[in-house]
Write a protein that binds this ligand. Structure first.
Ligand code: PMV
Length: 317
């Protein structure tokens, strides 16, 4: 008899305003991209007693998970997530294989790691009969983010776990945002992978070398984010777009843009986008462009001609 798998998912995300500054306590705004998802499917093992195994989508590897090895030696993000989850729930490893699959490009600022972690912990907690609520899941995903990203602000796990647009500020209660007027976003991929951890460390070095100068840039980003929140709450797309361009300029000054990101932002502007900026850690990965729905196709073509490896269109609502 073929058993039906138990499945859980989590979405991708983009940061509309405030990346990098958010690491230094400034606010940021992020939205989930529900049409791009990571999924974890748990299947009963074909023969009894194989224990918990995780089949990774990218490497094709199947990783056994047990509770006996030293946690410090667990160097695989999936195994680490499963261990943390089982320990938090005080549960024994179930006899299942969990298959991970994801539509979210990795190392590109779309939150692929946090989404995979969230989907995996969700399905595992379900299989052991103790489904994690979002608050506990969020804390768990943050622990995994810390291991792999050094000093994450917590914005990725928050927007991905709650799957709501968020105004996020480290150490403050999470505020979800109502999108009063839906807007169209194009997500343009430079095709260049970039490690957020390295970029965040570089910004840290710059900040340490001249705290006053870099704090001033973070403060400017914070003001843009505040105005962005207002633009979302009043449905003012023109203001929203203008603020995106401004945010991109400051990200350039923080040295986290790149030639391909700048060309895509410029191409979006030239094709009539209302706003555009890099999104996430930068130096590669994705940019976002805000357009009127009727202009989306033209802007998409312009992004592809300017070198985007793929463009994903979504409506934020
Ligand atoms: O590259 P991403 O999508 O993981 O975004 C990172 C956002 C930063 O502000 C650069 C880092 C952080 O921890 O918030």
């Amino acid at each position: 008899m073929k058993a039906t798998p138990v499945s859980a998912t989590a979405p991708a995300k983009v940061i509309l305003f405030g990346e990098h500054a958010v690491v230094y306590g400034c606010p940021a705004i992020a939205v989930p991209i529900s049409a791009l998802r990571a999924e974890a499917l748990a299947f009963p093992n074909s023969s009894y007693g194989l224990g918990l195994r995780i089949a990774a989508f990218d490497s094709g590897e199947t990783i056994p998970v047990d509770l006996t090895s030293d946690m410090k030696a667990v160097d695989n993000a999936l195994a680490y997530t499963a261990r943390l989850c089982l320990e938090a729930l005080n549960a024994a490893p179930p006899d299942v294989t969990i298959r991970i699959q994801s539509q979210i490009p990795i190392a590109s600022g779309l939150g692929s790691g946090a989404a995979v972690t969230a989907a995996l912990a969700r399905v595992l907690s379900f299989v052991v009969g103790q489904p994690l609520d979002n608050d506990r899941l969020n804390a768990l995903v943050y622990e995994v983010e810390k291991l792999y990203h050094g000093t994450p602000s917590g914005i990725d796990n928050t927007v991905i776990v709650y799957e709501q647009p968020v105004y996020f500020r480290r150490g403050y209660p999470i505020e979800t945002l109502d999108i009063v007027r839906p807007f169209t976003l194009l997500i343009g991929d430079t095709g260049e992978a970039a490690l957020t951890r390295t970029v965040v460390e570089d910004v840290r070095r710059l900040y340490t070398s001249d705290p006053e100068q870099y704090q001033a840039l973070f403060n400017e980003i914070a003001s843009i984010t505040e105005l962005g929140r207002r633009a979302i709450s009043t449905g003012d797309h023109n203001l929203l777009g203008k603020l995106m361009f401004q945010n991109h300029t400051i990200l350039q000054q923080l040295t986290v843009s790149s030639a391909p990101l700048d060309s895509l932002v410029q191409a979006a502007y030239a094709a009539g986008a209302i706003g555009a900026k890099l999104s996430g850690g930068g130096r590669g990965g994705n940019m976002i462009a805000l357009t009127e729905a009727r202009d989306a196709e033209r802007v998409e073509k312009a992004l592809l001609s300017a070198g985007a490896k793929r463009v994903f269109q979504t409506v934020v609502q």
